[in-house]
Design a protein around this ligand. Sequence first.
Ligand code: C5P
Length: 422
Amino acid sequence: LKPYVLAIDGPAGAGKSATARGVAKRLGLLHVDSGAMYRAAAWIAVTAGADLDSEVEVLRAVEGVRFEATEEGFLANGRLVGPEIRSADAGEAASRVAVHPGIRRQLVAIQRSLARPPGIVMEGRDIGTVVFPKADLKIFLSASVEVRAHRRFLELESHGEAADLAAIESMIRDRDRRDESRAQSPLLPAGDAIRLDTSELTLEEEVALVGRWAELGRRGPGPTTIFYWFGSRFVKVFSRTMLKFRIEGLDHVPRTGPLIAACNHISFWDPPLVGSNFPRVLHFVAKAELFRNKVFGAMLRGYNSIPIQRGLRARSGLLGAEEVLNEGGAVLIFPEGTRNKSGVLMPPRAGIGRLAAVTRTPVLPIRISGSNQIRRSLRRQTLVRIVIGTPMTPPIRADLDRAVENAFAVRVMEAIAALPGL
Ligand code: C5P
């Protein structure tokens, strides 16, 4: 059994620890705070009288120290590392120690060894980029500097430490700069990370949202029909051998969890070309009329197509798609609602904004070009190009506001337009 790995990264004060702990508890997974390892290493080095800016001295100090992650917390040489590493100074020291490549290598090796079934929620700065580049789900938390400083202020106060808000704010700015600009493992979101700004979210909302994505992600991709399996492999081989074809950004696709792939629409080739070359099973939305013919309808269903249903229960007008997303699947949607052979991008319909908001699903913008000239591509005269962007976070508290949903749909179309075409 493969462990489920949820990577939560982000800067200090973005809410990583509380979110990671809450989600791990909800899913029954081990929570590992990788920052605590850097803090413990720094603390051990300071205790040993090492110069923190000297990699050799720090390495010598921590050499042979045994680190363990347990349900109770973090152990160094069998001893629980406690409040001594929680001060602002300890954080500062950790950040200085964390620039040394040799230290990072050692701690990363320990971090990787902690991934055991049923799985882990690991928080840090480089978990999705370096420690677990193939994590099942990656979340990158952020929040404004002001919000993060205020949170750290309250946290330090709760430990009984005297704190100065302005000083914390400037320390956070400095630490961000150091973490973002260091040569090894700089603090940057992975291409397939879902970015979540927590400035205006409560902890409960964060845990509910990330917990939902991870819980659905853990269920796996669900059953596939033989018809889909063969069909998508056939089209994939066809596109990669017969066409002049290129796909970019495959490493931007979150491996698990609900996902809306949003693509511009210029040819009836778009669903099979995107679907078969996408690294996850996709479900397609199609007009209900197409399913009227029994044989063709059965084929469409076999190929993961869902008829668009309208009605009272369909809050987004896309009931079948809601069902797929609520089970953790991925759906391909054409936000423009209809095909435009000319290749010009059109304004979106509201559907995608509503669907993303109602099901709280991240959206992956995709741009296809050249598929309206398949014959030229067969003759190697035109490139069929698919470019996958990075995940967009859905409107989170938009249930009551159509304007927010429509604005999100427009943003999705803008993100598609911003991707390179031919
Ligand atoms: O998250 P926390 O504030 O406990 O981390 C302390 C410091 O450890 C960070 O400022 C960062 O420099 C370093 N760190 C890191 N990589 C991680 C976790 C923490 O470089 N995965």
